[in-house]
Unconditional design. Structure first.
Length: 668
């Protein structure tokens, strides 16, 4: 390819980026786009001196650059205080008027994007650094990942580009993309994301920026790091746009002079909310004149000149098709409404919790009823009220069945609780829920074991007790039609990796009656090993913070039962050895006084996870290689750190060798 052709190709790619992202109207497929991109990359590989800095190939950064260094924000990234009612907005306006000793203040009102705040720095028009908000003072350097966003310009355009410029905005995942990704995750047996914001946050943390690119995140800018040179907020937005940065579209911002105008704007947006391609959780009201905004100063970590007005949760109508019972790991029975699929806050709702019999009676909820449902944040949707006028004549009041729908054992009212319980120790549903909890994030934290996968394994009788989990093998899993080679490898690896949780999570995972997270943490502080509890008396338990009579009795019963002790011993023989609480390991852990540097992409861990494992064994993780470093943990495609470590005589561990080390510890 000649240079002129290459230049044309780059222009063409930029044109397709614009169609894809700015106009949402691509004319070529992703595949065709990738072919063009590869041609450009090939030319660049052969002629590195002729690379066009705007070439979209620059977006596919070297995955090795993606280690997240902490960097200081040059201007802190603040947060916003919230208002929830017109009265509170009026109070904000009054306060601003009073402090500025002036009436008729102009406010720039914007959408409050529900994503992840980022700060992107351009020096002489070139993108040099992108940081997350972090704690406001320090953020993670996510430059390589952000460069993969096709709508983010690598160079600014226009004549008036400041020498050193920081744009601030929000990275988000469009709702449609969120649903596609969740679908893909479900098929792969990966845990679902609760909402697009979590998905965006998770995506930005990926180590391999090529994977980030595939997520198709977007970004929208609404501010600058330093106000220098700008008069007001609406001018800031215009300038950002002129420089080629994506900003809010027309109609998604407004200049308002008073409460009424702000509420009118909020109303218009609320009405559009369900049709927006991204999630918002309110609007942001900003004093438009930047000098005034600055002079108002801050309270805590929020500027006095801006405030968020949060929308109350969206509501939608649906129809109850049936009321079913869900059974939790402690035997508590919860009635759940099965609904006509309904779109609410960007996702399709098919179920809503009805809490308990009393709640159903209080709201008089019946099968066949049209109901208003609501979803707040990432909690399960709930039924707000019944539209009585739409009730079919045949609808009858609902009452709790007398027997468990899963094992037919009688259901009992729990003393002192509104809840109803299945007390059958052998109830299959309770067993299943105990296993689901055991592997969950709160318990042993095995990410490749979502609820559906546990259920499949349970039905295939491969996973009926905690120890069963560690007896799963490639051979046994291959017999199940739903398991592909890759998912088997992922599953087995994640089970292996999770064999040494902190002691408190192991205690929690065992599902001892009345032992929640706080109690588990308090218990773990008093022991080195789980077996230490076997010899404890009731008084010993009662001396532990937060442990009362009921909990002490339950602990005593649990730890004295032979079957429980046998199960714990069996788990230990399978390598499940919880780690004693932090602190003791610093001196005696497997990696005590040892320092690590990570490089390359690890198959079985994210960087954060690898760090957690090392630290939980008493080691430390450093960012750069020096003679003082003990180990370099090298994943696939290690970079310059590998060479440096070799030269400095640092021990290089492959992921496999690292595993082996951990395993040995498990056996000792
Ligand atoms: S201005 C003082 N404008 O909301 C903070 N923030 O709850 C300056 N956000 O961390 C932010 N949309 O991530 C601003 N139009 C908008 C926004 C917005 C979403 C986020 C931002 C901030 C958070 C505070």
């Amino acid at each position: 390819m000649k240079e002129a052709e290459y230049k044309k190709l780059v222009k063409n790619l930029i044109y397709h980026d614009e169609l894809y992202y700015e106009k949402a109207d691509p004319v070529i497929s992703d595949y065709e786009y990738d072919l063009l991109l590869r041609q450009a990359a090939e030319f660049e590989r052969l002629h590195p001196g002729k690379i066009d800095p705007n070439s979209p190939t620059n977006r596919i950064a070297d995955p090795l650059d993606a280690g997240f260094q902490k960097k200081a924000h040059r201007t802190p990234m603040l947060s916003l205080s919230n208002t929830y009612s017109p009265e509170e907005i009026q109070e904000f306006i009054d306060r601003v008027e009073k402090l500025l000793s002036k009436k008729e203040i102009l406010f720039h009102v914007e959408l409050k994007m529900d994503g992840i705040a980022v700060s992107v720095r351009y020096v002489r028009g070139r993108l040099v650094c992108a940081l997350t908000r972090g704690n406001g003072e320090w953020g993670d350097d996510i430059t390589s990942n952000l460069k993969t966003l096709r709508s983010l310009p690598l160079s600014l355009k226009g004549e008036e580009i400041p020498e050193d410029f920081e744009a601030r905005g929000e990275v988000y995942l469009p709702i449609q993309r969120f649903e596609e990704l969740n679908q893909e995750r479900e098929e792969k047996g990966l845990p679902q994301w609760a909402n697009p914001r979590n998905a965006a946050a998770g995506s930005l943390k990926l180590l391999d920026s090529r994977e980030v690119r595939a997520r198709k995140l977007k970004v929208l800018f609404y501010g600058v790091g330093q106000f220098a040179g700008f008069k007001n907020q609406h001018e800031v937005c215009l300038s950002l746009q002129k420089m080629g940065l994506p900003v809010a579209e027309k109609g998604h911002t407004a200049l308002c002079r008073n409460l009424q105008e702000i509420l009118d704007f909020a109303d218009t947006i609320q009405n559009k909310r369900a049709h927006l391609p991204f999630e918002i959780d309110g609007i942001v009201i900003k004093v438009d004149a930047l000098e005034e905004h600055q002079s108002l100063g801050m309270t805590g970590k929020s500027p006095r000149g801006s405030v968020a007005y949060k929308f109350t949760p969206e509501q939608e109508k649906s129809v109850i098709r049936a009321i079913i019972l869900q059974l939790g790991r402690t035997g508590i029975v919860t009635p759940v409404a099965e609904l006509e699929p309904t779109l609410l806050s960007g996702s399709t709702i098919t179920r809503a919790t009805l809490h308990n019999q009393e709640e159903i009676a209080r709201k008089d909820i019946r099968v066949g009823d049209t109901v208003l449902i609501e979803k707040g944040g990432d909690v399960i949707p709930k039924v707000v009220s019944v539209v009585k006028s739409a009730r079919p004549p045949c609808a009858t009041p609902w009452s709790m069945p007398d027997t468990c729908p899963f094992c037919n054992a009688p259901l009992f009212d729990s003393v002192g609780e509104v809840a109803v319980r299945c007390m059958n120790e052998a109830c299959p549903q309770v067993s299943l829920q105990r296993l689901i909890f055991y592997v969950s994030k709160q318990g042993m934290d095995i990410p490749f074991l979502g609820e559906k996968v546990v259920q499949r394994l349970f039905e295939a009788e491969l996973f009926r007790s905690f120890p069963d989990l560690y007896r799963l093998s490639k051979e046994s899993l291959q017999r199940l039609p739903q398991f592909q080679e890759k998912s088997i490898a992922n599953l087995l690896c994640s089970i292996e990796k999770a064999k040494q949780p902190p002691l408190y999570r192991f205690i929690l995972a065992l599902g001892i009656k009345y032992v929640g997270k706080q109690t588990a943490r308090a218990l773990a502080k008093t022991a080195e090993r789980i077996e230490d509890f076997y010899t404890m008396q009731k008084e010993d338990f009662l001396a532990i913070e937060g442990v009362g009579e009921k909990v002490a009795d339950s602990l005593l019963t649990f730890f004295s039962q032979e079957s429980n002790r046998a199960e714990i011993a069996e788990l230990a023989s399978l390598g499940v050895v919880p780690l004693p609480p932090h602190g003791s390991n610093e001196q005696t852990g497997l990696f005590a006084k040892k320092s690590f540097v990570l490089t390359g992409s690890l198959e079985g861990y994210t960087r954060e996870e690898a760090r957690e494992v090392i630290e939980s064994h008493g080691g430390t993780v450093k960012s750069s290689v020096s003679k003082k470093v003990d180990y370099l943990l090298a994943g696939k495609d290690p970079g310059s750190k590998w060479e440096k470590a070799r030269k400095q005589g640092v021990t290089i561990l492959s992921e496999e060798e690292f595993h082996q080390l951990l395993k040995q510890k498990g056996k000792s």
